[in-house]
Design a protein around this ligand. Sequence first.
Ligand code: NAD
Length: 495
Amino acid sequence: METINHYVNGTTLECRSGRAHPVYNPATGEQAAEVGLAGVEEVDAAVASSRAAFEEWRHTSLAARTKLMHSFRNLVEANAAEIAERLTAEHGKVHADALGEVARGLENIEYACGIADLLKGSFNSQAATGVDVHTVRQPLGVVAGITPFNFPAMVPLWMIPNAVACGNTFVLKPSERDPSAPRFVAELFFEAGFPPGVLNVVNGDKVAVDRLLTHPDIAAVSFVGSTPIARYVHEAATASGKRVQALGGAKNHMVVLPDADIDLAADSAVSAAYGSAGERCMAVSVVVAVGDSADPLVDAIKVRMDKLRIGPGDDPDAEMGPLITREHRDRVAGYIGAGEAEGATVVVDGRHAAFDGDGFFLGVSLLDHVTADMSVYRDEIFGPVLCVVRSDSYREAVDLIAGNPWGNGAAIFTRDGGAARQFQLDADAGMVGINVPIPVPVAYHSFGGWKGSLFGDMHMYGPEGVRFFTKAKAITTRWPDPADSTVDLGFPRNR
Ligand code: NAD
């Protein structure tokens, strides 16, 4: 059985802890490999490598960094299909979804190709007589990224391009459940010509994470994962004096007003709820059907669900693949029964879908008449289960979103421009979609939720990513009096 090892100093570092985690092919249910879980010693080796690389890397010219970033971008684009195959093999998402993940990652590399412009400081001439003031942004040092299973290539690419383009060196701790794609991306990074140590990859679990959170040479931690771990990472790393951005879980609401285009809303709800088997932090998990929209909307969603093709991610006809593990599939299935017991109407029951083999498949589910006190509403299910909450008014829908402990994304479907504009102001969430169900911002805006969806001050990637990975330095300069100059300038002093 293949053991997936760490990647430190531009080469493979074998796992020495004696601990390993199984990596499955979720479509077959078989173990495909194992990944070594780092102990403190291996994390320390990765951090030491990044620490050693930092001094030279931080002084590498913007022109040279930009050139390397372009090469990396081209290699990721050229190898998109292979990255996507690895994503499908270990995560289970269908190939088209996996290619979409690579495309969103590429956007972030392209953004970082503009680092020369992004790192421009600011300047004031003559703040006092003969005195100028300017501000520059400098790298932090060695920064760490800890990433979740659901976007094993894209989320590391939310972090690495901006971090290294800003002059930092980076230690990545990817999810232990699907480590091959980030490992391959790291290989491409070095093929592009980046010096050893600028990026290191250590695989691991809590042991590795805890070492990164307290390591004295780690300046900042960028985390994406579930809310309880995000909260923990934020508390532990800030207590160690580090800068932290920790993105957590979600329960995204899609409000459908009575005037909405029901076909568009139903198409959007189905793709946003069941795409990638609902294992997306921006998945729609609650449809809030306002007034008369509810009955036609539930009917239209059900019709579409009946046609959805579920199968292995490498089957070109499949639109939804399996879940990440057997345990997670069973946990998600448990919510369907819980919702029913708590009084929801099960319109479509994914537990009844039959599949060949032992893959971690589950059919798609739709629960209607869900209320805010039910566990299916309160918990992040992270699977192909869509809840419909019926609401009497726009105001009730907005209040429901405000009362929810998460605030990643929120969407509204309506033809009314005034209502849509009001929703932009009212929605208690960090990212809002108007007739767009999954409002993931493009790479030149930043990504981040509110409330339990983000701990820290700065959002991920885009302009806030550049701010997160740099610290500002203001420099005040007094210039010599021109009267003292050996060159006759022909003007009085500092005029
Ligand atoms: P997770 O929190 O279980 O794991 C995330 C990372 O933390 C992994 O690298 C994992 O090894 C590590 N980790 C897990 N348990 C830990 C512990 N006890 N101590 C220290 N480290 C630990 O999340 P996941 O299941 O891999 O990913 C799914 C979750 O991520 C969902 O909640 C989803 O909403 C969230 N997510 C959020 C965003 C966002 O942008 N807000 C994006 C993607 C995923």
